[in-house]
Each structure stands twice: as structure tokens, then as C-alpha cells.
Design a protein around this ligand. Sequence first.
Ligand code: BGC
Length: 760
Amino acid sequence: MKNTIGIFVLCSISLVQGQHKKSMNTNATIDQKVEALLQQMTLEEKVGQMNQYNGFWEVTGPAPQSGDAQRKYEHLKKGWVGSMLTVRGTKEVRAVQKIAVEETRLGIPLIIGFDVIHGYKTISPIPLAEAASWDMEAIKRSAQMAADEASASGINWTFGPNVDIARDARWGRVMEGAGEDPFLGSCVATARVKGFQGETKADLAKANTLAACAKHFAGYGFVEAGKEYNTVDMGNATLFNTVLPPFEAAQKAGVRTFMNAFNILNGVPATGSTFLQRSLLKGKWGFDGFVVTDWASIREMMNHGFAQDGAEASQKAVTAGADMDMESHLYVKELVGLVNNGKVKESLIDDAVRRILRVKFELGLFDDPYRYCDPKREKQTVGSAAQKAIALDMAKKSIVLLKNENQLLPLPQSGKKIALIGALAADDNSPLGSWRIAADDHTAVSVVTGMQRYKGNTLVYAKGADLTVGKTTFIDELVFNTTDTSGFVEAIQVAQNSDIVVMVLGEHGFQTGEGRSRTQLDLPGVQQALLEAVYAVNPNIVLVLQNGRPLALPWAAEHIPAIVEAWHLGTTSGDAIASVLYGEYNPSGKLPMTFPRNVGQCPIYYNYHNTGRPANTDNNVFWSHYSDVDKSPQWPFGFGLSYTQFTYSKPLMKKNVYSKGESIEVEVTVTNTGSRAGVEIVQLYLQDIAASLSRPVKELKGFERIELQSGASKTVTFTLNDSSLGFYDNEGTYHVEPGFFNVFIGTNSQEVKAVQFELR
Ligand code: BGC
């Protein structure tokens, strides 16, 4: 009987597939196939498509015999699982896919998800670092590279990009986004989506692309006090103008999935938010892909006090538009009953299943469910030299030069004694950063190894001090309080006997990322003491920072002559750092997040609103500031130096009055006045001086990455239009208002030259 049904269903599907081939890849034919399949499905099978399990057994070994894994295995065989995550490798994916395709009644293939956040096996810089490149082509290539590797390993869906705007460096996940700015964040979101999925919808059907996922929808980057998983409470002005634009950009770029978020937003858990998922995303924005929940976030709605039990949580989540349940195990348990007792309409289930099936069809999984499971391709692609070359290019472009007094950098290539100090200098694991589940541990090039390739100098390494004690893994809580200073003596000796000291200090890769919020933004452990002890004997220090968030290092900013922000740069970290230190690559990165002077300034960001008392005009205390620290940040958004210098002309506009709808052009000429070629990121900011809602003092609205030979000039023309000039009101309606605008152009958000125009 089972076989007969199987053959019948197979025939009807292949009939639909036949129709699909005739009218080539249009949405309509995919929708027809989806519809035909949906008609065959029982309620249980539909709900099954909405159920996602984390990999639960070593699939190349024996099938699980008991417990949770056995239950999940049974569900898989019954066709009650639509997706699995973190199963990886062609062999492993083929094994689970085989069960879904060959052992279930309808043979619907699984969609296989994975956190391909900054690379798969070959690890790219953390996303915050990549954003510092302001190079959208490089970012796209890096995502393409990751998609190529992951898809060669059986995966067809990544849980990225993370497009959460974040302003508080205490939050551990700032490493995972593109920083604090919605305009830069939107550009990066677009680049990443296209990198993962390809330029067009048809590219999704290629075997070397992945479906992307814009996350976490929405507001997660604004957890109170930067504390992980915390409450989010924000006004609509911030929601519409700051948080949502990168999500909308991802939707416009064609992202096929969204992930909702752990947090409550103004009292409503994002997972249960009809406003976010149904009204805005699927309604106003017209998104026709599907929404996956964050890990167990349906279940967590009970902790939020939003649902009494699993049934209520499921009812609220599905009603709000959460299509696939990641690891709450509630949809599979509750939804059939909820439909049968009339609490959930079956049309809601159908809507979710249609969306999920649509993406599976688009990926080509129904044409060949094993298309990502070619071991030959896996062997050739994963970890190849070509992948590493892309990661290296990205890593160099991500480095930001923060200070370079007396041109201490670049280092001379010969005849010098160089001391290399710090546990991170020899670390080949930490630079892989936080989201690197598929990478092999200890596969990053350390700074020691990178610098050793330059043979002209004498290089002596001393650790000085460990960074942390305790286990450093993805899931273990780290213990930071290293107090052991016994290695200082050796480090001091080595520094004393050297011409130049390179110190590599910062955070371990696992001190950032999910669950890694901090209350301090200093150098963990005894690293600050080590820095000061070495400085006392040899102040000729190049400080290389490795960290996943802005740090507050006022002492170093004041005393250390050269500072290089080198983040967690991934597999090729040490090579990229050495090539910048030795001047083979002239640094070009610019900060995508403001660096504070101390943690008390957080959240600190460049596009703030003026207060009623923005400046001290009467020489008294009654103005907006802290009384114990300078009002400015340590290093502003958009800041980054080069080994050459650039000068800017005054921005030029042909007219100073424009009508609504007209394109507005602003020109600036940039000249390389230094002695070597370099890349500059020319930035344009806008201020709507008076509007119906208070507007920020500056908002990034354009940038261009230009390369100039020594002595050369280039005129850059920016075009502003309605999409640059307007803003959302508190109801989410976009307005462009007449009035006066300031245009600021410069090398970072602070050092700018201004011009004004009027919009009528
Ligand atoms: C994270 C998501 C991630 C998911 C699956 C969650 O804890 O918040 O960003 O995609 O786990 O690993």
C-alpha cells in the first residue's frame, strides 16, 4: 500500500516537474509545484515541514536507539522534519537526506542549515572586521567563497547575514554584524546576501550557492546595557530609521529567509510579533520566503511571560508568522492538535509550508536532493588555496590603522631586532573568532608565523602572560582573571634588547560572540600591566589589537606610538597582519563602530541626536556631557589612517536650491599628498537641519573607496536623491521634507568639510 501511494505521488510530482521544465524557472511554475505537493500532504506532514532539528546523531554510525535522538530519528523517518541544522559533510548530509527522500511517504528533501557566518572551513575575518573594509565587492566575494565551501560540504542554507545594528560594544555579538550604521549596514547586508545566494534568483538553483537568512528580526542589537538576550525597548524612530533598514535592504536583495529574535521588542517577543513578521515583513515588504525562529525562541516565550504553555506559545508564534520552529520541539508536538481544536487555522499552516517548499524548489532540491553531496567537489573545494587567497585579501582590507606616530610603521624590512610579545601573537586558534564551528582548531596563521616569513630582521618572541585561564571553546564559559605575571621578566628582557616591540594584545576569539557580553572594554587579564611594564623599558611599541568589539584603551591611545586594529581575521590572520606591518599592504580600513574612551560612554555612536544643550556655551555644568571624561569618542566611526596622507577640497554643489525629486550632486576632490599609493574611503554624511522629527547630527549617505597613486587626485561625485534625504515617522511612513540640509564630506565622521543646500 505504502509503495502504491509512493508511486502515485512520485508520478504526480514528476508531472508537475515536467510542467515546470516547459515554462522554465518562473515563480508561477514553482508555485504550481508547491500547490500540487501541498495537496498531497497530510496535516502531520505539513507540520513536519515546519520542524527543524539540530543534528542529533553520528549519522554514519548506527541509528539512535533511545531517548531524544531516537524520537527525532523516528520523526525524520515519518516525514515530520523539514530541516536540519549543523549536519555537515557530504557523507553525513547524504545520509539524512536519504532518509527524508527515500524513506518518507512523500520524499520531500530536507533543507540543511548551518551558521556560515564568516567562512565555513576557511575562515574569513569576523563580519565586524569585514565591514571595516567598506569594500562591498570584497565582502561579496568572501560570502561567495563561504557559500562555495559550505555547499560543497552538503549545506544549502546559511543563518547569515546577521544585519543587527549595534551601538553598545559590551554586547558580545557586535562581532557578527556590520557595526552601528544603518547605511553601511544596508550595503553590507546586500553584498552578503548576493554573495551567498548569487546575483539573481536563478543563481539560487546553482549547486555552489546557499539560501541566506537575514537575522535577527528585530531589535536584538539593542539589548539593554549590552547584556546578552536582554530586554529591548526602543522608540519607533529608532526602529524604523536605524534597526529595520538593513533588513529591508536584505529583502530587496532577495534574501530567501529571515530569522526572528530571542528578545522582546517593546514587550512583545520578536518570535510572537505579528507586527514584525506578518504586517511588516510579509505584508508591507512583500517577503515570500520563510521565517525560521531563533533557537528555541518559541519555547522561550514562556520565560518572557508571553505564553502559559507550549500550546499557547506555538499558537502565538504561528499566528505571528514564524514558519519554522528551530529546536523548540513545539510545533511538531502542538500544531496538529491546535488545528484540530480550531485554535489555529489550517490556512496559516499552509502559508508557512508553501513558503518553505518554495525555497526548497528554488534551491533545486526537488530536482536533485543530493546536489550538494559530491565528495569529489568537497575534496577539491573545501580549504583550497583559492579559498585562502580570498580570505587573505579580505583580511588585509579589514585592518584599521588607528595611530602611527613618527611613522613607526611600516616596519623596516631588515637590520632590526624586533621583539614580539603577547600570548595572542603565537595563537593560531583565537584569530578564527567565534562563529567557526566547521573550522579545524588551530588552523589560523599566527602573527609569529606571519612575521617569520620576513627574514631580514631578527625576531624574538616572548609570551609575557597568558590571556585567560579555563577552557576556551565555543560553549564553555571563560574564566578571565589571569593573574600570573611570572612571564613579565622575560618579556621585559626581550623588549630591552630590541629596537622595536610588536605587542599583540586583545580578546580571545571566544571572549566575543553569542553569550559573551562584557562589563569592561579593557584588555582582559594582566595584559594592560604587561603593556605598561614593557613600555617602561622600550616605548617603541607597535600595538596590534585582536578583538571582536570596540575596546576602550585610553592609556594605550595616549602612550603607544603605533596601534593597529586587527580584529579576529580568520585563517590567514598572521599573514595579513605581517603584510600590513611590513608595508606590503597599505592599510585602508575604517571603523564601522565608534571606539569609546571608557565603557561608561556606551552606547556611543556618531549619528546621535542633538540634545537641547549639546555644547558648553556658558562655562557651567548644565550641558549634556559626563563630568569625568572628554565628550568625544577615542576614535570615531569611519576613522582609519593610511601610510600615505589624503587632503580634501571643499565639497562643491552646482546649485544650492533643489526641488523634491531632483538628483543632487556633490563633488569633492581628494589628493594623495603622501609618498606612496593608498586607498581612501571618502565618506558623505547628511543632516536634515530642522524637520518634523528631530534628525541625527549626521547620517552616512554615501561612500566611495578610491585608490590613488602618490601625488594623484580624483574627483568623486555623490548623488543624493529621495532615498537619501528622507526619514521614517513614528508610524513607519517615509517622508522627504523641504528645508535646509548640511552635507559633510571627509575621511571619517568627525573630520569633514561642509556645504549646505535647500530643498523646496
Ligand atoms: C543564534 C542564531 C544561530 C542559531 C543556530 C542561536 O543561538 O542566536 O544566530 O543561527 O543559534 O545556531
